[in-house]
Design a binder for this molecule. Sequence first.
Ligand code: COA
Length: 416
Amino acid sequence: MPLPLEGIKIIDFTGVQAGPACTQLLAWFGADVLKVERPGTGDVTRRQLRDIPDLDALYFTMLNSNKRSIELNTKTPEGKKILEQLIREADVMVENFAPGALDRMGFTWEHIHELNPRLIFGSVKGFAEGHPYSDLKVYENVAQCAGGAASTTGFWDGPPTVSAAALGDSNTGMHLAIGILTALLHREKTGEGQKVAVSMQDAVLNLCRVKLRDQERLERVGYLEEYPQYPKTPFGDAVPRGGNAGGGGQPGWILKCKGWESDPNAYIYFTIQEQNWAQTCEAIGHPDWKTDPNYATAKARQPHIFDIFADIEKWLADKTKFEAVDILRKFEVPCAPVLSMKEIAHDPALRALGSVVEVEQEKRGTYLTVGSPIKFSSFTPTIKGAPLLGEHTDEVLAHLGYAAADIAALRGKQVI
Ligand code: COA
């Protein structure tokens, strides 16, 4: 059966993480993704954080699977001509260069649109066009700071903190993928291509919407009842860092389990769900809390919520995180073990689901990567290896009509 995006040709003029994550997702779903890379060097991540000398780093292979690669110097007249040929026959082109870099090469949106009015042009920048910082180069953590994530993450007595999750990079790529697919559907109706732009700041902010909610609540009522600061510590005029407090109306915290003294991940996340309070009391051996006026309602519990969490930790003291979750799940307590990356890498359930997959990579052998987080009923994306630098240069040029002698000449002039 053909994959859903089979026949969609994508020029992947991207690097590092945000752009490659977007095009990789589309490649998994069947698009023909051609990575255009600088001759001799290619995507900078091929060489970053290498674990095996001279081989493409995992940083590259884990973001560029299922793609092809052409080496092409798009600053030379011959290289520009080839890129123009590729644009004429593509459906989508994606880029995430520094602001102005593509324009300097001569590939403005107007020129691209003129070359192929049906083409969807996807672009990632740190800040949106028209923003006062739109000239800035941006990496992951810069975006997390500008999008509201850092100021609201961490503990109240510590500095702003960035998340390990790639909210600025891969998250922006996912937003762009949604935009590109929407534009493809729009093209089916109108025949017209369009530019789809996503800024990393906006993509981070989109995931921080509950913190914007909290800012508005804070300005109206002067406090945030679900934050650990309430009611003892006064609030300032901006949303504070709330540690591990739950972001919704249900209090929660990360609690110690058996072995926490030596295992940095011997913890669970425990949520006190209001509608499940009676069952929660049963689960943790405190049936008396169901009717005790100091415990029976969320309002009564709030002033001493951390004493309650401390009591629950006493109950957890002789249980591993897995044993605790196995008990709590029977009482419908929303909870999970804090899983280390080692546990995730070796988790048989994630392997069986295809969420963690082993991939065969030329020269490297087998390595572990993430599979599609989106599960479809009619197909299962197959994750393949990433291309070697320029692996498909000759094949692509031959398709464009270049004879072997022309290709050799281009190679001699270092265009490819
Ligand atoms: N042939 C010839 N030149 C090429 C080329 C090719 N195939 N591919 C890239 N180049 C050139 C660019 O045109 C640019 O040249 P210029 O500076 O002379 O105009 C140069 O290589 C470097 O471009 P860029 O990839 O943007 O690298 P950078 O090191 O200057 O900046 C970032 C890297 C990530 C900071 C920057 O690209 C950026 O801010 N991107 C937008 C936001 C983003 O995606 N951030 C990263 C998230 S993972």
